[in-house]
Design a protein around this ligand. Sequence first.
Ligand code: UD1
Length: 378
Amino acid sequence: MKIISVVGARPNFMKIAPFIRAIEAHNRVASEKIEHILVHTGQHYDKTLSQSFFEALNIPEADVNLHIGSGTHAEQVGYTMIAFEKLLQKERPDWVVVVGDVNATLACSVEAKKELINVCHIEAGLRSGDMTMPEEINRLVTDRLADLLLTPDEMSSENLRKEGVEEQKIKFVGNIMIDTLEANREKAAALSLEEILENNAVNEMYGQPLKTYTLMTMHRPSNVDHKEILEPLIDFLLNEVAASSPLIWPVHPRAEKQLNAFGLWDKVYSHPNVILLKPVGYHEMLKMNRGARILLTDSGGLQEECTVLGTPCLTLRWNTERPITLRKYGGASVLVGNEIEKIRKAYHETLALDVQPLRPNLWDGHTAERCLKAILDI
Ligand code: UD1
């Protein structure tokens, strides 16, 4: 059997690492080996967003890099399809495996189906219901086309059933991100926070020992692409969050670009309690997440990691495709959108809470094996 699996952007790397490991384990014992080709579309190309994750998670170098790079959604999807079509015609795999919801996920699943190749989607069935999110469009199209839809939780399986997906295509396997989290917990715990800050510092180093801190990440267009949204958020973060405890912020390139464009970069950069970092590696983020008193983020993956780690999380979005991570379902996160009054209220309420780790069904570190088995069973 020949499988091509595809990654494009940062959140894909932690999902593909355990899947590759599962193939390697299979090939060590099985008489019929799987031929595996790893394709990187090259959507994320900075060392901090891409190569450093390959190294940290022991992902073998991609067999093929399509070097798509930055661009509009249409450019990224279009260039990926053109390059991927040629590759599929040359390789003719039995399966194309896509993960998550980035532009690579959409482009490669469309192209695979046009070449009459089976598509397996790992992390299928997530729905935010928000059609202004590029990722929601990517999820819908990918799931409409996929032949095997591997879901992280029962709610996602139910979403697919409601959309009319045939039962035999849906398989609940658990959350593959948690395989990576469990495999890397100890290594992350052994890191020194001071060294992480020192090695990734963007602004003046914070002078005192860190006892407690807030952690944040933000990159979604809905938060960073409009000055009238970003500016009040920044004012709240600087004047109210960073005023009471140090704020660690690894800055995504999109956020940095927009802060500069809106003339907000200098005040963030020069705030004495804001610790600006370059985008950090997987273990570094895991270490900082575990130690944070609270995390503010618009990332879906971090919401899930907070749930398993028990870190109180404010999700800077109005909706989520991952409701299982919400406090009302026992998780660690609460949706606060980008309205300051709502964020302020939730922030103070959350500081007083004792959030316990939650392990949803099958978030057990063995999802990748179930994913591979589901493919082999067909
Ligand atoms: C993408 C994903 C999103 C994911 C996020 C995590 C899509 C539609 N979105 O969003 O789901 O949560 O990655 O990081 O696929 N840039 C660099 N260096 C890089 C890559 C990008 O400087 O290595 C710059 C680009 O020029 C662009 C900005 O960062 O200005 C955004 O990159 P882009 O790939 O468009 O999407 P993300 O916002 O990263």
